[in-house]
Design a protein around this ligand. Structure first.
Ligand code: PRX
Length: 651
């Protein structure tokens, strides 16, 4: 779980509450308190009403068909996601409104109006079509945060091709695994990317990833340009700039997609070694993200909305691309790091563009707290009217800091709980209606039937249990790409008919939900999911490693940090060099985000008599706690040895 006992106690003793500001409520998109009850009484009617905010080429005949665990939404409806995100806004007063404001890490910026974005997307759709991309094909995307990233996604959507974005911080191997699983035909990548003024050689990683795969063509965006040196493989690699020149300037006709046609795949970690390709479809996904933009983010035409996520993760898909653009919003997209060139970069961006809605992660807030208030106080943030967080439980102190120093004690905060699988925010306040409590994501949104239940499925009145979602919702995952059985077992195996997110939660006397962290072997590092098995597999791929066990220990800034316990093979000795090499192996195999913070060496791992690794004990050791019950251990002396190492490190 994300919180250690101390943090958990503090979370559950939290008693501060914040009522919605009446002025905010008066102007809020969602300000009728009856909405919760009405939607709960008839969720289908609620979603039917919300779906009217989407432009359908052909109206749907039926709202929902629920054959658990498979849902179909808006049956018979035809639409196009790119048309909804761009073209429909070009035909009205939003035509010349800023759609995308891109801020480069090095300082340059670009503004695309809806009309300009439309032309870029259409031309990119022609280009992809010229390269052989057709409806239903998979296009892998491995790009830094440059405008070509959302343009590529929207161009795929316009054609009806399925995009699968791989976060640019992932390794060549991770990219390869995803390309192979999705059977992608084309890869769109970049020469390199900027990170804190340094280049990351994306094209070199891409070269390694695509060899002997289904990828026929690699399209290369010059994100860095002259300064990056890349090699191009004749007949396979093409430059975006050259191909776009060749592409037609005519409007590209939007593919008429069925509501249930796949919009995208996005891979996420689970308990086993292999990441899952989460399948999102067109109609339901769009209705889900569009609704939450209006309800949770209270989006209005005059807003300037800034989400600090990377489009490589679901937050960027839903809340940089499809949500805000389908709502006709002005979106700020930032290319780089929060501390480049200095630690006030986000505040500088907010001031520069007059940002009104700011959505970020608790880990970032904890980092800002560590940096002190001088950076945030240097800037005029008075345009802000709504703040949001996502990715992990927010500790009340971080919530209060955000409230005080960024929101100046005036703006509501929406703590949004959701997942790659859910597509859109599920448990979050409605800023004009819901009383907030620092650290609680509050209540399920209208149309979402969620609860906390015990292991027998009985609702918990007050206390801890499993978070479950008892009724389908439009933007839910439809399956796991190529593995429907895994979909059924993972999410619907424990409680048939109910979706199990894999999070532990606590319900308080007001029915408020406090998310406590994962109940499975998934670690949440800075709001990113990493499977312990993935890191363990990477470690044992090193010739010196016989066995490895990985856990997430609590960390003040990252939420959780990765700790590895390693048994070396005969003939290898622990050393600083070995530690560095093993950490590097993980970074190379998965990506830097999975690099263990520390590695302990041991001759044995603590196992139960049935040979299960006792991860709880390992967590206790890594967090320096007095050890709990060890009576089921096969060999208690293992623990003594490990404890000594931990104490040695602390001294
Ligand atoms: O454990 C929950 C945590 O992040 C997990 C989902 O991770 P991912 O699919 O990568 O999506 C992250 C962005 C939506 C959840 O199972 N999580 C996400 N948001 C919150 C959260 N935990 C507590 N509070 C949140 N607001």
């Amino acid at each position: 779980m994300a919180n250690d006992t101390k943090q958990l106690d503090a979370l559950l003793k939290e008693e501060r509450t914040f009522e919605p500001n009446p002025e905010f409520t008066q102007r809020a998109n969602f300000n009728d308190p009856a909405i919760y009850e009405n939607a709960a009484r008839d969720p289908e009617a609620y979603w039917d009403e919300q779906a009217q905010n989407i432009t359908w080429f052909k109206p749907y005949d039926k709202v929902l068909e629920w054959d658990a665990p498979h849902a179909k939404w808006f049956l018979g409806g035809k639409l196009n996601a790119a048309y909804n995100c761009v073209d429909r806004h070009r035909q009205g007063p939003r035509k010349n409104k800023a759609a995308l404001i891109w801020e480069g890490e090095k300082g340059g910026s670009k503004v695309f109006t809806y009309d300009m974005l439309g032309r870029e997307v259409d031309r990119a759709a022609h280009m992809l079509t010229n390269l052989g991309v057709k409806k239903g094909d998979r296009v892998a995307v491995y790009l830094p945060m440059v405008p070509e990233l959302p343009i590529t996604l929207l161009a795929c959507a316009k054609i009806g091709a399925i995009h699968t974005v791989v976060f640019a911080g992932f390794s060549a191997k991770s990219l390869r695994d995803r390309i192979e699983d999705a059977n992608a035909k084309l890869l769109v990548t970049a020469d390199a990317s900027w990170r804190r003024g340094k280049q990351v050689p994306l094209k070199a990683f891409a070269d390694e990833a695509v060899e002997n795969t289904s990828v026929e063509k690699v399209l290369v965006v010059k994100a860095v340009g002259e300064e990056a040196s890349i090699s191009l493989t004749e007949g396979r690699d093409l430059l975006w700039d050259e191909e776009i020149e060749r592409a037609s300037r005519e409007p590209f006709p939007a593919a008429e997609m069925d509501a249930e046609d796949i919009l995208y795949l996005l891979y996420t970690s689970g308990t086993t070694g292999k990441p899952k390709g989460i399948v999102h479809t067109t109609g339901g996904y769009l209705v889900g993200v569009n609704t939450s933009m209006r309800s949770v983010f209270d989006i209005k035409d005059e807003d300037v909305y800034f989400c600090t996520a990377d489009i490589g993760w679901v937050t960027g898909h839903s809340y940089i691309v499809y949500g805000p653009l389908s709502a006709g919003a002005t979106v700020v997209m930032y290319e780089g790091a929060p501390d480049y060139p200095d630690r006030d970069r986000f505040w500088d961006i907010i001031e520069k563009y007059g940002v009104t809605i700011f959505y970020t992660a608790p880990t970032s807030i904890r980092t800002f707290m560590k940096w002190g208030t001088s950076y945030v106080e240097k800037h005029d943030l008075s345009t802000l009217r709504l703040l949001g967080t996502v990715g992990e439980p927010i500790n009340p102190e971080a919530w209060m800091w955000f409230h005080k120093y960024v929101g100046k004690e005036k703006t509501p905060i929406v703590d949004t709980w959701w997942q790659t699988e859910t597509g859109c925010a599920m448990i979050a306040p409605l800023p004009g209606l819901t009383k907030t409590k620092p650290g609680s994501a509050t209540k399920p949104l209208p149309g979402i039937i969620a609860d906390v239940v015990d292991d027998d499925g009985q609702p918990v009145e007050k206390g801890g249990g499993n978070l479950v979602i008892k009724y389908p919702w439009p933007s839910m995952l439809r399956t796991v790409w190529g593995d429907d059985e895994r979909f059924r077992n993972t999410y619907f195996g424990k409680f048939p008919g109910w979706y199990l997110p894999g999070d532990a939660a606590h319900k308080d006397e007001d029915g408020y939900i406090w998310i406590l962290g994962r109940i499975d072997d998934v670690i949440n590092v800075s709001g990113h999911r990493i499977g312990t098995m993935e890191v363990e597999s990477a470690l044992v791929s090193h010739p010196a490693v016989a066995e490895a066990a990985v856990i997430g220990r609590s960390d003040d800034v990252k939420g959780q940090a990765i700790t590895a316990f390693v048994i070396l093979k005969e003939g290898y000795e622990p050393s600083n060099a070995m530690t560095a090499e093993l950490k590097e192996t993980v970074a190379e195999q998965i990506g830097k985000l999975a690099r263990p913070e520390e590695i302990y060496y041991t001759a044995e791992l603590p196992k139960t008599r049935s040979a299960k690794i006792m991860r709880r004990l390992l967590r206790d050791i890594a967090e320096g706690r007095v050890l709990g019950d060890t009576t089921t251990l096969t060999d208690p002396s293992v623990i003594e040895e490990l404890k000594k190492q931990y104490q040695h490190k602390e001294e």
